[in-house]
Design a protein around this ligand. Structure first.
Ligand code: GAR
Length: 190
């Protein structure tokens, strides 16, 4: 691997985890650069932040592709133009095809808002409340073909408090995600 690692970050929305990674990379002088931020949605809020930081941004709009396979092929082309050592999914809300995942085997990470293996998939905060769990959390894992099931690299835990709503839980957890994700990536590239 080259000394200066290229990190490509994929987002679909606000991109607050992406922003936390961009800031940590700069503030902690990682031996890495955020080579690009790529979104499947043109209106993803995080694109503006990335552009303001001088990071190349690319939109690959999934809606314009007739199949998952065609979208994943275009996405792969867009990513590989930046020669990534690491592909970081940060609120990237797409299910990926197995060939795509295998192309990035061992170098693609995801953050999921639950204490995996509990609650893969959507609506994790709602499920935690419905189950009456005392703890909630987030997991950073290597992406494998089975959704939200790859090897775990790190977790952050929070307490579920009396009166918590989905929104309150999500907000409190997001603050922990912003510490967890940069910490895991930093240790990977060190
Ligand atoms: C984060 O909470 C992340 O864990 C979650 O989406 C949010 C994105 O926020 N990811 C998933 O649900 C993946 N299935 P952000 O765009 O502000 O980083």
């Amino acid at each position: 691997m080259r000394a200066m690692k290229n990190i490509v970050i994929l987002i679909s929305g606000g991109g607050s985890n992406m922003a936390a990674i961009v800031r940590a990379c700069a503030n902690e002088a990682w031996p890495a650069r955020i080579a690009a931020v790529i979104s499947n949605k043109a209106d993803a809020g995080g694109l503006k932040f990335a552009a303001e930081q001088g990071i190349p941004t690319v939109v690959v709009p999934n809606k314009e592709f007739a199949s998952r396979e065609l979208f994943d092929a275009a996405l792969r082309e867009a990513i590989d133009r930046f020669a990534p050592d690491l592909v970081v999914l940060a609120g990237f809300m797409r299910i990926l095809t197995t060939p795509f995942v295998e192309h990035y085997a061992g170098r693609m990470l995801n953050i999921h808002p639950s204490l995996l293996p509990r609650y893969p998939g959507l609506h994790t905060h709602r499920q935690v409340l419905a189950a009456g769990d005392a703890k909630h959390g987030a997991t950073v894992h290597i992406v494998t073909a089975e959704l939200d099931h790859g090897p775990v690299l790190g977790q952050a835990e929070i307490d579920v408090l009396p009166g918590d709503t989905e929104e309150a839980l999500a907000a409190r957890l997001l603050a922990e995600e912003h510490k967890l994700y940069p910490r895991v990536i930093r240790s990977l590239i060190a």
